[in-house]
Design a binder for this molecule. Structure first.
Ligand code: ADP
Ligand code: MG
Length: 913
């Protein structure tokens, strides 16, 4: 195949990619390109038509082409001719013969030959869609093609006589029933026919004018008037399809038409409850006793309600042939209205056109979600092999090619079950309260336990000391007894000794008398007393020691308690000291500033005195000027601003403006600086402005911008110019004297944000003059403003934003008056990206001005396209919803609703507005 013949929905000469393709797009701009190896989306099975399944992912409409085998008639009639198409399934390409030597090549997501089994067709066309319906996404499977090419064969075959022949509807239901649980989930179906813009219920043919209902909030379409039959087993579904088919046949006979003129639509509603996930989380967090986690994880139970729509479209030949083969006008209008509207919508979506005519027909309204909506959609285009129908086949192929460009935003159809959330919240609340009470109790118990423990310890210590005392006492008692015992023993020994020396009682008595009367009373009684005394003293000492110990311990306890309390007092004290220090520091800093300025003043005065002495008395003017300067330079050392102004004004009169202006050109840099400051101060007063301009002050200031090397001078001069630029006459004068280019130059050289703020302020004022718009723009005013955003200082940005808002307002006015045509200069000069970027700036002065600017820009249709592509539409939508200022909010809303371009875009994006 010559690669030059390759086409992909566009003639080879104009082969190009119109828009960025989705990640899973298989459309290739060149035959040579390989399929993307890093498809971001999971594929259900090799060669499946569906892309990923994540919520909110871009999914292109997947398109397969299926060729019907030659039928008996074709086998005979076309015996001498080749098929009009040649399939290359392994390359997923189809060649459409133009003549004997030339053909066009098209690429599809899947190319199904005449030998493709029904099973394979189901697997590549419908199974991925069914799987995603089971996961909670909407899905659509559709067949498009000329009558007799196998749409009904592909979708609707019941396959009762031969199970291999079962079509997509039957196989889909088998898969659905196999996957769901009939206890918690449910499946119900409606089966409809759309003929001449009328929807008829194929399950109840009497019901033949069913309206389409659109949810105003979500935009979801439904046909609540149709019968919805719950399906619990495959057999009843096949039965239902058979009934539907019979009714379709009967209805068509009655209406004197054929099924090829009507669309058959099967809607399968799947409702599944999503269980387990959140319950588990809640359980876990309760176990951890973490109440805040518990609330965070609490979510309502979720039900997924998804819908599979299978559409057997009317024969595509009807589009071309309507009117030419004796159809009634009404029929031609309506049968094909739906099909041609579908074609138009697909074209519009494929071209990314802002307007998609979804509302033009019932079919497109019903399929709103299937093309460019949130459903996963597969289309099978059926073609016949006969060269006699080459034209039909070609147009079918082109339809498929265009459909391949349609991108859907596949979204999970989950809903929260709020009632059961409320129930669960009640339960959780009870649990949380109980948990809280439990923890409170535990805390109190712990406090009590610690108290008891402390008391126990104290009494144990007391007990220990008492025991120790008792032990000591016992020990001494024992010692005492011991010594008595020893004495007695000694006595016995002595006695025995005596008995041995002398016999008889006398001897004993004698000894006894002796010892008792002489020694014993002295030694033993006294000894005892002494000993007892000692013991007593010992005991007293011990007791004292113990008491002392006890006292020590007690005082230690008290001290510890005190030191704990003292710790926090210490911290408080330190904090206070720190605060005092900070205040002191601040005060000192202020004082330093004042002292510095006084120092400056003194040195300046000394200089001036020296100069006036040098000039020999010609310093009268300077004396006056000096004190003026002092006022200007050190306002903080003076009491009131009014006093200052009064003396400025007074000196102004005394010294004379002309003289002050002449000082702007002084050779002395200090004098120049002070002079320009004086002029700036004067220019801040409206009453002085006219006079300043009259005596040439504006010209002098502009000259300073041009010639001064000193940034301070340029900054103050720009400030003075900004003040003068508040007046309309002055604005014209500034412009006439090349003010814009001088200000731009100053802006380009300046680094100091304050200089930039002055310059931006001056330009912003000029931007508010209707008459100067064009000149200002030509001389680079807008560019200069935009150049200053580099500094990023919020004060500068606020002035830039003000300038842009002023400019946009004037422009909007002149556009309305017809004095300006064409796009905004702001857009031409590239301001839009900055505007969009800062439309939601945290600083309110910036945000407000930009919001106003956006509203002004949006008032003119010429700007709309650029604003959409620049992202400004979203900002306008945000402003119309969230802006805290009611007037701006309303202005944005009015602007959005009155612009057809914005409206179309919002519709296209399906934004409710
Ligand atoms: P359509 O619905 O597009 O008008 P049908 O599905 O009614 O076409 O098919 C027309 C005829 O062609 C039927 O007799 C059908 O059995 C036969 N047919 C269609 N596709 C195939 C196929 N892939 N294999 C065999 N027969 C087919
Ligand atoms: Mg059919």
């Amino acid at each position: 195949m010559a690669s030059g013949n390759y086409r992909n929905g566009t003639p080879k000469s104009s082969l190009k990619v119109d828009k960025p393709l989705s990640v899973n797009s298989n459309i290739k701009p060149s035959v040579k390109s390989k399929p993307s190896p890093t498809s971001a989306l999971r594929r259900s099975s090799p060669g499946s038509l569906a892309g990923g399944k994540d919520a909110g992912v871009l999914g292109r409409v997947r398109v397969a082409v299926r060729l019907r085998p030659r039928n008996a008639e074709e086998l005979v009639a076309d015996a001498d001719f080749a098929d009009c198409v040649e399939l290359q399934p392994e390359l997923k390409r189809l060649k459409l013969r133009k003549n004997n030597w030339d053909s066009d090549t098209y690429e599809f997501d899947e190319v199904l030959t005449e030998f493709a089994s029904q099973k394979r067709v189901y697997e590549v066309v419908a199974k991925p869609v069914v799987e995603s319906v089971l996961e909670g996404y909407n899905g659509t499977v559709m067949a498009y093609g000329q009558t007799g090419t196998g749409k009904t064969f592909t979708l609707g075959r019941l396959g009762e006589e031969d199970t291999a022949a079962r079509g997509i509807m039957v196989r889909s239901m088998e898969d659905i029933l196999a996957d769901i649980s009939l206890e918690t989930d449910s499946v119900s179906v409606s089966y409809l026919q759309l003929y001449m813009e009328t929807i008829q219920d194929l399950l109840d043919p009497g019901n033949d004018n069913i309206p389409i209902v659109e949810d105003p909030k979500t935009g979801d379409v439904s046909v609540p008037g149709a019968n919805l039959v719950e399906i619990r087993d495959q057999q009843s579904f096949v039965e239902l399809l058979r009934h539907g088919e019979a009714h379709r046949f009967a209805a068509n006979t009655k209406l004197n038409t054929e099924s090829s003129r009507s669309h058959a639509i099967l809607m399968v509603h799947v409702r599944r409850s999503v269980k387990g996930r959140h319950d588990k989380e809640v359980g876990l967090s309760i176990e951890n006793g973490n109440a805040s986690n518990l609330v965070k994880h609490l979510r309502p139970p979720i039900v997924r309600k998804s819908k599979l729509v299978v559409v057997d479209l009317a024969g595509s030949e009807r589009i071309d042939k309507s009117g030419s083969e004796g159809h009634t006008l009404e029929e031609a209008k309506s049968i094909n209205l739906s099909l041609s509207a579908l074609g138009k919508c697909i074209n519009a979506l494929a071209e990314n056109s802002p307007h998609v005519p979804v509302r033009d027909s019932k079919l497109t309204r019903l399929l709103k979600d299937s093309f460019g909506g949130t459903a996963r959609t597969s289309l099978v285009v059926t073609i016949g092999p006969s060269p006699r129908h080459r034209g039909e086949t070609a147009s079918t192929i082109m339809f498929g090619q265009r459909a391949m460009k349609v991108e859907n935003m596949v979204k999970l159809k989950e809903e929260f079950d709020y009632k059961s959330l409320a129930r669960r919240l009640d339960i959780q609340l009870d649990k949380v309260i109980a948990e809280h009470e439990r923890q409170q109790k535990v805390f109190e118990d712990e406090v009590q336990r610690i108290n008891i423990e402390a008391q126990n310890r104290i009494s144990e210590a007391e007990r220990n000391y008492a025991n120790a005392l008792e032990n000591e006492r016992l020990k001494f008692q024992e010692d005492y007894m011991e010594s008595i015992k020893k004495l007695e023993e000694r006595w016995v020994v002595n006695k025995e000794k005596l008995g041995n020396d002398r016999t008889g009682i006398e001897a004993k008595d004698e000894w006894l008398d002796k010892t008792c009367s002489q020694e014993r009373p002295m030694s033993s009684a006294q000894e005892e007393i002494v000993e007892a005394k000692q013991l007593l003293q010992n005991e007293i000492r011990l007791r004292q020691a113990a008491e002392e110990e006890l006292h020590n311990l007690k005082s230690q306890l008290v001290q510890r308690e005190r030191s704990e309390a003292g710790g926090s007092a210490e911290i408080l004290k330190l904090c206070k000291m720190l605060e005092d220090e900070a205040q002191q520091k601040e005060k000192l800093e202020k004082e330093i500033a004042i002292l510095k300025s006084q120092l400056l003043q003194l040195s300046f005065e000394a200089d001036e005195t020296r100069r006036s002495l040098d000039r020999g008395g010609s310093g009268k003017m300077f004396n006056g000027f000096d004190s003026l300067m002092n006022q200007v330079r050190h306002p903080q050392t003076k009491d009131s601003g009014d006093g200052q102004k009064a003396s400025v004004a007074k000196l102004f009169e005394q010294v004379g403006l002309q003289k002050i202006l002449s000082l702007l050109e002084s050779e002395d840099a200090d004098v120049r600086i002070h002079a320009v400051k004086v002029v700036a101060n004067l220019a801040a007063e409206e009453a002085n402005q006219e006079k300043i301009v009259e005596v040439g002050g504006l010209t002098s200031l502009l000259m300073l911008l041009r010639s001064s090397e000193d940034e301070t001078i340029r900054r103050v001069a720009a400030g003075a110019i900004a003040n003068l630029a508040m007046n309309e006459t002055n604005q014209e004068l500034i412009m006439a004297q090349g003010g814009i280019s001088l200000l731009s130059m100053t802006a380009a050289d300046a680094e100091d944000p304050q200089t930039l703020r002055m310059v931006a302020g001056a330009i912003a004022n000029l931007c508010g003059n209707d008459k100067l718009q064009t000149k200002l723009r030509i001389e680079g005013g807008i560019k200069a403003l935009l150049g200053m955003v580099r500094c990023g200082h919020p004060d500068v940005l606020a002035q830039v934003a003000r300038g842009i808002a002023n400019f946009a307002k004037c422009e909007s006015r002149s556009s309305s008056q017809g004095t300006k045509a064409g796009k905004s200069f702001l857009i031409d000069d590239g301001a839009l990206p900055w505007i969009v970027q800062n439309a939601n700036n945290d600083a309110s002065p910036i945000r407000r001005h930009i919001e106003l600017a956006l509203c002004h820009l949006a008032q003119h249709e010429v700007n709309a396209k650029d604003m959409i592509s620049g992202g400004a539409l979203w900002e306008l939508v945000r402003i119309s919803r969230d802006c805290s200022r009611e007037d701006i909010r309303n202005l944005a809303y009015r602007t959005l609703t009155s612009s057809p371009t914005f409206q179309a875009e919002l519709r296209r994006l399906r934004v409710e507005f």
